[in-house]
Design a protein around this ligand. Structure first.
Ligand SMILES: [Zn+2]
Length: 592
């Protein structure tokens, strides 16, 4: 299925052009390479779209010839060589900057463009493993990079690789460096040019944002789990900081449901004999705090060297009980094999009756048969979430999930893929793979492998809360995994977290709940205009289809003190006005 979420946006773009609306400069132009065939630039365009989509920032895909001053900021997806643009296109880019726009280009290598970006040389290399952001020379651009791990980010692990992603290092001439590599070259330079500015980034969005989304990062994560790893998020937050300080009025879809500050996803992998009976205590505790979680069930029907086939008639009644308490049950595969990522894909015709996990295990067998068993054995069950045993990620995992009817995956490690935001997964683990509608919610915190012990409860709560707070500052997600192997100290740690966060402005819920929010968020769009002192937001959906957990963030708003939200047929959509750290949030409250 082709993901259609850009269609409404394009239609609205056309409509706005016809109406001549949008005197407000609040949208980013991504300069589109649609007419060209250079695949690296098309990938960079995709990466730019996904970076802005993650941050909820409104954008249009614009051919370079249509670049207009109504865009405060334009992204030119690189690499930019001397021959990349025709003379007419080159003129349009210069004119955009001269008339006051901010041009952000990635991987500027063509010397003809050095004067525009205020640089004197550009040197591509593959052995730069770190980027350090400098003091905030452009007021506010780096405001979100306030954590030490955001100030210095990782581009790969030099202990494991001789070479990592391509980076371009600049020598600045007139421009001001925003970030540097260990070799002293600038990783980002901003230059004043006539009335506007030009910013050259040395790293591509493809090899930072997009590589993370195909779960392939040169092991850039500085730890495997249980720590804060924002190396990819820093790029998204850089874009957000630049946008908010460039637009007349910065408007974005908030990243957390109900306008809250951060999201915590609770998950439990049920993959041991004793864990099945314990699930009820976990569900009851969470229900007491008014929140839901996801129990990932290992439907192990075969006895092997690791354990008995514990998905049986003695244990399934516990799962029925937590299902009746309203909790989500996801699949945690059939075999829970360490070799899952090496399994052949297999056939989508496989069923529980024909699958032989011991003899001929396959990716599709693990994914599809576990869902079949859960859907068969539990009341009103439709399994939509998956997490692989041992977090093993086969290259075609997402394709297998699509073929089996899943909607969400939580197999990637947030530390490993250096991002703490959900994203739409790709069908394969290589650049150029097809985008899918499956939402990936990476795991951040994991109790296993001796991390959470009776003695370490205080240390674990402290370490986990530090990660949650760091993600909170970014509006990002923390996905917690607690294996319910006992109902003593592990349950006590969960209770301490719930006690602390359930009463705060923090969203807590299941994989499917957050995945559903992320999916719906991607289908709505707005156009903004000002009428007198009122900022009017036109949505692309009818009120009946809107959900009540979406919110629009307004910051740097000049002039408008009142807001009006209209649905696609012009009906007024009620909202709650929230104030968060100097910004206004319009939490939509559609009438049904
Ligand atoms: Zn497991």
């Amino acid at each position: 299925m082709r993901w259609p979420r850009f269609l409404p946006l394009l239609l609205l773009a056309v409509a706005a052009d016809l109406l001549g609306a949008d005197s407000l400069r609040y949208r980013i132009a991504i300069i589109s390479w649609a007419e060209k065939t250079q695949s690296s630039r098309n990938l960079e365009e995709l990466a730019a779209r996904r970076a802005l989509q993650a941050m909820g920032i409104p954008y249009d895909l614009v051919p370079v010839s249509k670049l207009q001053s109504r865009y405060p900021l334009a992204i030119l997806p690189g690499p930019l060589y001397n021959h990349s643009l025709s003379p007419v296109e080159r003129e349009a880019v210069h004119a955009f900057v001269s008339s006051g726009g901010l041009l952000l280009a990635t991987q500027v290598e063509g010397s003809d463009y050095f004067p525009l970006f205020g640089i004197s040389s550009a040197l591509p290399r593959r052995d730069r493993f770190r980027v350090r952001f400098l003091s905030d020379v452009e007021d506010g651009w780096l405001r979100y990079l306030d954590h030490p791990k955001e100030r210095e980010i990782s581009l790969g692990d030099p202990k494991l690789f001789n070479e990592t992603i391509w980076t371009v290092g600049y020598q600045s001439r007139y421009g001001r460096p925003l970030a540097k590599y260990p070799d002293g070259k600038a990783a980002a330079v901003v230059n004043d040019y006539d009335s506007g500015q030009a910013l050259a980034l040395g790293f591509s969005l493809t090899q930072t944002v997009l590589l993370a989304h195909v779960v392939s990062t040169f092991e850039a994560g500085r730890q495997w789990v249980n720590s804060f790893e924002p190396s990819g998020d820093a790029i998204l937050l850089l874009m957000k900081g630049i946008y908010e300080n460039t637009a007349d009025c910065a408007l974005s879809w908030h990243t957390v449901p109900r306008g809250l500050e951060t999201s915590i996803v609770l998950s439990h992998d049920v993959d041991a004999q004793e864990s099945f009976g314990n699930t009820v205590a976990y569900a009851q505790l969470e229900k007491h705090y008014g929140v839901q979680s996801t129990f990932f069930i290992n439907t192990k029907t075969l006895t092997d060297e690791s354990d008995i086939g514990y998905y049986d008639a003695a244990r399934i009644p516990f799962l029925i009980e937590i299902r009746q308490l309203g909790f989500e049950l996801g699949s945690h595969s059939v075999s829970h094999s360490k070799k899952f990522n090496k399994f052949p894909m297999g056939t989508a015709l496989i069923t529980a009756a024909t699958y032989q996990p011991a003899k001929s295990p396959t990716v599709l067998g693990e994914v599809k048969v576990s869902k079949e068993l859960l859907d068969r054995d539990l009341p009103r069950q439709k399994t939509v979430s998956f997490r692989a045993g041992e977090l093993r990620y086969p290259p075609r995992l997402i394709e297998a999930l699509e073929l089996s009817g899943y909607q969400y995956d939580s197999t990637a490690s947030a530390n490993n893929i250096i991002t703490n935001f959900p994203f739409f997964a790709f069908a394969g683990t290589h650049l150029g793979a097809r985008e899918t509608a499956i939402v990936e919610i990476p795991v951040t915190l994991d109790d296993s492998l001796g991390f959470l012990t009776p003695e370490r409860q205080d240390a674990v709560v402290q370490a986990w809360c530090e990660v949650i707070e760091a993600n909170r500052a970014n509006g990002a997600t923390t996905c917690i995994l607690i294996h319910p192997t006992n109902t003593t100290y592990k349950l006590a740690v969960l209770k301490r977290l719930l006690e602390r966060y359930a009463k705060q402005d923090v969203w807590i819920g299941s994989i499917a709940q957050l995945g559903d929010f992320w999916t719906r968020r991607a289908t709505v769009e707005f156009r903004a205009e000002t009428t007198g002192d009122t900022l009017v937001l036109h949505l692309n959906q009818e009120m009946e289809k809107l959900s009540g957990d979406l919110s629009i963030v307004v910051s740097g708003n000049k002039g408008s003190s009142r807001f009006q939200v209209l649905d696609s047929s012009g009906k007024t959509v009620p909202y709650h006005l929230l104030e968060r750290s100097g910004k206004k949030l319009l939490l939509l409250s559609p009438k049904k």
